[in-house]
Design a protein around this ligand. Structure first.
Ligand code: CA
Length: 224
């Protein structure tokens, strides 16, 4: 099982990431300060680390510097609330593989996690179709961000793309509005919003009306 270390001191955010990653089938461990994050990262038990920069005891930049200083090549995705570009540049110079600025959408983080894991896993051959998700007659190209239904290809907006990706990765499962909001809009979105329903209507026009089924009182399910 792929193990991910989450170094984040803000419980709301660490729980959000933790829940999302577990739902995707990853094993997770949370470190709430820089010192334990570094200790854990150095154990070689993890395949990837998500690293907040503003951590107590030891700053994320220091964690990264010591980690790389000791020869660890674990992929690191920096998570930062700081919009200051110098932090990000410094992080990348210290050997981070990627970064995300808070607030972020879970789906975006997930895409980066998968990408960095794929890069790191050079021993596994990645097929030419690794960037296409197909379910039934619907295929989503992760690079061009277009969806193909039978022989027709459609453009998708960023949110539509995220929703289609979420539906395809969980095809046949019921997804609640809350799960879809968390994936496509992040944890800062009002759970009372009907925005998901609005997007589902648009997607039904592009993918076909009967592909996204309403499960009364529960949410939506993608069907082939
Ligand atoms: Ca923090």
């Amino acid at each position: 099982m792929t193990s991910i270390l989450i170094a984040e001191d803000e419980v709301r955010i660490s729980q959000f990431i933790d829940k999302g990653l577990r739902a995707e089938g990853f094993a997770t461990t949370i470190a709430e300060d820089g010192t334990s994050a570094l200790d854990l990262a150095l154990t070689d038990q993890f395949d990837l680390m998500i690293l907040d920069l503003g951590l107590p005891e030891l700053d994320g930049i220091d964690v990264l510097q010591r980690l790389r200083g000791s020869g660890s090549r674990i992929p690191v995705i920096i998570l930062t609330a700081r919009r200051n570009i110098t932090d990000t540049v410094q992080g990348l110079e210290q050997g981070a593989n990627d970064y995300m600025v808070k607030p972020f959408q879970f789906a975006e983080l997930m895409a980066r996690v998968r990408l960095r894991l794929r890069e790191a896993d050079s021993t596994t051959a990645v097929g030419a179709d690794a960037d296409v998700i197909t379910f039934g007659q619907v295929s989503l190209d992760l690079r061009t961000r277009r969806v193909r239904v039978q022989d027709t290809s459609h453009e998708l907006t960023a949110r539509e793309f995220t929703l289609v990706e979420t539906f395809l990765r969980h095809a046949g499962q019921v997804l609640s509005r809350e799960q879809l909001l968390g994936h496509a809009w992040g944890y800062d979105f009002d759970p009372q919003s009907n925005i998901v329903d609005v997007y589902v209507r648009t997607l039904r026009r592009k993918l076909g009306a009967d592909r996204i089924v309403t499960v009364r009182g529960m949410g939506y399910r993608f069907e082939p």
